[in-house]
Design a protein. Structure first.
Lengths: 249, 221
């Protein structure tokens, strides 16, 4: 990836399968939990993972930004829409105690899950992610959908950029007019048609190399001792979070 | 070696019309012998790509006979062994390279031929090395230059160990250096090639017999 600080951080050397599995288990566990304290602990654990991810703080913040943009909406609506004991009033609106707690819980959960995903998977390129998913028995069709999309998104983007600049070269300037909407429609349709033609050619090329509907995976992952240590640590942390969520008083 | 004493490809009275009614070939005859390279020329729309696709059964003619490697080929199943032995290099390498990494693209064909993993790895390694592409093995196809993509696509075809090559505009869009690399790789391979192109200046030294497509027929030029 382009935004790496140091090559080969500890996280990069861990088995991608273990990282994907940990990210999945963590996300599910944190998402279903009812207690803010557990969510706070989860956020701390995600922070620890971020510390060994090799990502710079700046890049982590940049990747969390979309969540940050979504959270104010939570704080503007949730506290005022839950029934319960009012804590303070804004004109006709009353912020309730359960509402504020829920907003806090959602905030902590969203940050914890996103930070964990960024830390565990942020520096994994898509081919490795695809292979990890394949080894974790995710259906092949989904994996190949992901990998093909990753492979061809640049081709499609280049194609749409070429068409768009061809439009510009003929003095096209987008306005709020029916003509603009029609031109945009043509552009979208042309990208679809070209994508369809491209898919037919790719399939033909695959057939020529003997494709009969089966894919093979070339790369292997090696599960090393440090991966065992990582899995043990992840299991321990997940267990602790689960305990805080449902058992601890 | 059935084909070595006969023809690689033999078309007799081949007629082909696209679904939209465009008639491309009308009684076309063509002979390609294993000891010759053919330069297929003709204006846009004269059917150069169509002819290459007929050779490997991506398209089927409405009339006439297509014989490849000494056997008549009519149905889809007739072409399965043709595709392993006659390699087609597409004009746009983005059509050919669909895997996340170059090594996997090169390995795709050999896997489909039923080779074991160890054999596939050996073939992949050897093919990339023979073209001087070892450094590209772990790279992602979408991040390669056009010239590198073209070479990687050629590697993916050669990994099938073909006995003949069909090349669709092999040097189109390549800068002189990249074209030179491709042509000298083809020269070293010594595989018979049927090349469709507009511009044979870079390909001249492969020793080409010119065949011109015009009005639905092939003419020696």
């Amino acid at each position: 990836m382009a935004d790496d600080a140091g090559r080969d951080a500890l996280m990069d050397r861990l088995d991608p399968r273990a990282r994907v599995a940990a990210a999945f288990a963590f996300s599910v566990l944190v998402a279903v939990g009812p207690r803010p304290a557990a969510a706070l602990a989860a956020l701390a654990a995600a922070g620890a993972a971020a510390a060994i991810s090799g990502l710079r703080a700046r890049d982590i913040v940049r990747r969390l930004a979309p969540v940050g943009a979504f959270l104010p909406l939570i704080w503007l609506t949730l506290p005022f829409t839950r029934p319960g004991q009012p804590v303070f009033r804004l004109g006709p609106l009353a912020a309730t105690d359960p509402g504020l707690r829920l907003a806090l819980l959602v905030t902590l959960k969203a940050l914890a899950v996103t930070l964990a995903l960024v830390a565990l998977l942020g520096r994994m390129d898509l081919p490795r992610l695809g292979h990890a998913l394949h080894h974790l028995r995710v259906p092949d069709k989904l994996v190949h959908l992901l990998l093909m999309a990753a492979r061809y998104v640049d081709v499609l983007r280049a194609e749409s950029a070429r068409l768009a600049s061809a439009m510009k070269a003929r003095a096209f300037r987008p306005r709020a007019s029916p003509r603009t909407f029609r031109a945009a429609g043509y552009l979208a349709a042309m990208i679809l048609i070209r994508g369809f033609d491209r898919a037919a050619r790719v399939h033909a090329a695959m057939k020529l190399r003997g494709f009969r509907g089966r894919f093979y995976v070339l790369s292997h992952f090696a599960f090393a001792r440090r991966d065992l240590a990582f899995c043990a640590a992840a299991g321990l942390i997940l267990g602790l979070i689960a305990w805080m969520q449902w058992t601890a008083t | 070696m059935d084909a070595m004493d006969g023809h690689l490809i033999r078309f007799r009275g081949v007629s082909f019309r696209y679904d939209d009614g465009r008639q491309v070939f009308d009684g076309l005859d063509l002979d390609w012998r294993p000891d010759e390279n053919i330069a297929l020329c003709g204006p846009n729309g004269s059917g150069k790509t169509t002819l290459l696709h007929l050779c490997v059964g991506l398209l089927r003619p409405q009339a006439g006979e297509v014989e490849v490697l000494g056997k008549p080929r009519k149905r889809e199943a007739d072409f399965h062994d043709v595709r392993a032995r006659v390699g087609l290099l597409f004009q746009d390498p983005d059509d050919q390279l669909f895997c996340p990494t170059v090594a996997e693209d090169v390995a795709f064909g050999p896997f489909n031929l039923g080779l074991s993993r160890a054999e596939v790895e050996a073939v992949t390694e050897e093919t990339l090395a023979s073209l001087g592409l070892r450094d590209l093995a772990r790279r992602t196809a979408s991040r390669l230059s056009h010239g590198e993509k073209k070479m990687a696509a050629l590697a993916s075809v050669l990994a099938m160990r073909p006995r003949a090559l069909l090349l669709d505009e092999p040097t189109a869009g390549l800068d002189p250096d990249a074209a030179e690399r491709l042509v000298s790789a083809l020269e070293r391979l010594r595989l018979p090639a049927l090349i469709a192109s507009h511009d044979f200046s870079a390909l001249e030294r492969l020793g080409l017999r010119r065949v011109r497509l015009q009005n639905g027929k092939a003419h020696n030029a």
